[in-house]
Ligand binder design. Sequence first.
Ligand code: ADP
Ligand code: MG
Length: 287
Amino acid sequence: AVPLVVARSTAIAATNGLLIRDRTAFEEARNINAIIFDKTGTLTKGEFGITDTLVFDTTFTESDIVAYAASIEAHSEHPIAQGIVRDAPEAWGVDKFKAIPGKGAEGLVKDRDVKVVSPGYLRDQGLEMDDPRFETLSAQGKTVVFVLIDDKLAGAIALADIIREESAKAILMLQAMGIQCIMLTGDNQQVAEWVGQEIGLDEVIAEVLPEEKAAKVREVQSRGLIVAMTGDGVNDAPALAQANVGIAIGAGTDVAIETADIILVRSSPSDVVAIIELARATYNKMM
Ligand code: ADP
Ligand code: MG
């Protein structure tokens, strides 16, 4: 039988948009001393807009660069892809679309091989990129993706996301509760550090591939910490499962929601504070 105080807390939680799927994990939530947040879509809104377009190969114009990229991105679900498509002047048909998980996407556009990829992908391929504008844009917290046409660097697109209003306050409250706040992201190191400073995170772990996220959670646990993980994406699901408490935000993907112990209907980082306070109050009453 479920103790009355727990049943009552579960009901209070539900009416406040905090859905408890696993009661053991809810009990463990009072003990956690580290929280790992996914960046895009969790601490930020995951709503990207194009801020700058760079042209490296002048046989193309800025709008060519965006149009080639948008043609590819029209087939991707990634929040970066949605931003590029929304801001593109036009887009063309694509053959052989393929996602490059955690790094970008590719396909054939007008018989050209087009790739839209992360800085990490360029590094992996040994492609030189020494344009100083890349550093400047990254230091401003902008996410930069590169456009390769027939495997040559044609241009780049910088996009800005919006930090959720509640993020900084939630971090401050969690830290006051003795909980370390860490961000885990596939995005570039400089962008991650910029976001980390804006909202006062204790630590950022950047340039993590989707398949490495769960291992990073394990690494934080191996420091002797009891860890909650908050995420929204398909690629966050293994990390949510690995954490002592997996928290999905409501606007997240089905896979994340199915894997999580707790679901935050409102997609607000403040609700992470609320669920931990509720867990502490509930089980302290019973002790
Ligand atoms: P996050 O951990 O922030 O949710 P992801 O692991 O989904 O990030 O993506 C990591 C990085 O891979 C992005 O910052 C971007 O550089 C690149 N990337 C992934 N998918 C795409 C795409 N469809 N188009 C362009 N870049 C992409
Ligand atoms: Mg994400």
